[in-house]
Design a binder for this molecule. Sequence first.
Ligand code: FPP
Length: 224
Amino acid sequence: MNSIKHVAIIMDGNGRWGVKHKKSRNLGHKEGLKTVEKIIKSSIKNKIRYLTLYAFSTENWKRPKKEINFLFNLLENFLINKISELNKQNIKLKIIGKKRFSKKINQLLNKSEKKTLKNKRLQINLALNYGSKSELLQSFNFVCKNKKKINEKNISKYLFTQNIPDPDILIRTGNTQRLSNFLLWQLAYSEIFFEKKLWPDFTENDYNRILNKFKRIKRNYGNI
Ligand code: FPP
């Protein structure tokens, strides 16, 4: 049976959930945060070491200002209210993506990362202002400028995910089958699960079903 070290998730479908329930897209995001909390708890139960969550892409800046502000307020309140609890549970928070937010958000993110830096039980990589192509370009540029050898080891070393094993599993909810500029390098050999359910409807049972299915998959890595 395969062990699971790292699960990555594209949490898609919040906006549609809000509209479907005759409420706002923003209410879908609020509901989506409840699923985030459930999946964190379940990841701990399943002894997963790394959970990478796509919370805001470099392309998401195209959204209406009202929705962007709502998402960052949600993040701010989540960190203010929950970081001590995450810390007590031995959870480490790491931001992947370029930290180009308001001074207040940047300070809060840095403070949260610092507070939880030494924690070992579960590492949550929160992808914020994250784009995989830009991450790769940054790494290629660094490797070239510093006259290092262009090889897989060096490219991986200068990605935001340095020292983190590649995801075993990628889950995308929301009935859409694309990668949306997420971890293009790191997902080379991940098992991908596209889920019909919208993110706020995704349950612990759905998560466990995927984890159990993954455990039984024969992973060949090009071999037979
Ligand atoms: C994609 O759904 C989801 C996002 C862009 C935001 C994800 C945010 C959360 C799950 C809540 C906040 C999380 C934290 C950690 C504070 P979409 O809006 O693209 O959905 P749609 O495809 O239905 O429009």
